[in-house]
Write a protein that binds this ligand. Structure first.
Ligand SMILES: [Zn+2]
Length: 252
């Protein structure tokens, strides 16, 4: 079975469930965390149609996840409404400081405006930064100057999760050990596993080798069943990982 397809995602979710984990949205986890839980977070970077497919797969399994949308890149009202109607959480995938080249006043204004646009569809309570690797501006820095609470928000996964307790897994770079190629999609954590493929991750769940609380970030656009798009993304990812690795070396 090819990796990073919806079949593989389904296999992973089934194994997580079989190992006895509950699933929660990020909002639910912040309000009332389960003891043994996987929080399903999806960053909708491009191709929201893929997110809708993923949302349908989860809905068929009776599972709820959190979908974070960029504006304008993945802001497709009818798709977001459908994902909401499947019972998932909707959040804002913000990048305002990168958008405004570091202008805090303009950035917070666009944040406020975009949040209100999304709130016409869903009562958004959480936001997650989109880590644009090629921008020098880290949009999380907005929260050094402003407060999430002032916007009626209860959390941001990079800021409001204790990663000494919660294990962070991300498919960034189409691999599960992408910390050394990711520039911003990374957290400081004591957990360190050598997991590269989804099958290896499934084996870790099967052997119950992972902690009780896990935040798993997946990008639906990476999980593609169309073979030519899959090949294109595979090659593009190889190129991007090399470029990001070089960038990170320069930054370090
Ligand atoms: Zn993103």
């Amino acid at each position: 079975m090819r990796d990073f397809t919806f079949e593989m995602y389904l296999k992973l979710i089934r194994q997580i469930s079989a190992t006895g984990y509950q699933f929660q949205t990020f909002e639910e986890f912040l309000l009332k965390p389960e003891h043994r839980v996987v929080i399903l977070r999806h960053d909708c970077d491009i191709w929201p149609g893929n997110d809708l497919k993923m949302a349908g797969i989860e809905h068929d399994l009776n599972i709820k996840a959190s979908y974070f949308f960029r504006i304008p890149h993945t802001f497709k009202i009818n798709i977001i409404e459908k994902i909401r109607d499947l019972g998932h959480e909707i959040g804002y995938h913000y990048e305002n400081l990168a958008d405004t080249n570091g202008d805090y006043v303009k950035a917070i204004e666009s944040f406020r405006k975009n949040l209100s646009i999304l709130r016409e569809i869903y009562p958004v309570k959480t936001v997650a930064m989109h880590g644009r690797p090629l921008s020098i501006f880290d949009s999380r820095l907005l929260w050094k100057k402003y407060k999430l609470e002032d916007f009626g928000l209860i959390g941001e996964p990079y800021l409001n999760v204790d990663y000494s307790k919660v294990c962070y897994l991300t498919d960034t770079g189409s691999r599960w050990d992408g910390n050394n190629v990711s520039i911003r999609d990374t957290v400081i954590s004591k957990f360190n596993y050598s997991i590269r493929t989804t099958n290896q991750l499934i084996e870790h769940f099967k052997g119950d080798k992972l902690p009780e609380q896990i935040l798993m970030n997946t990008h639906a656009a990476r999980w593609n069943n169309n073979f030519s798009i899959w090949c294109y993304r595979f090659l593009l990812q190889k190129f991007k990982n090399t470029a990001k690795f070089v960038l990170k070396q320069i930054q370090n």
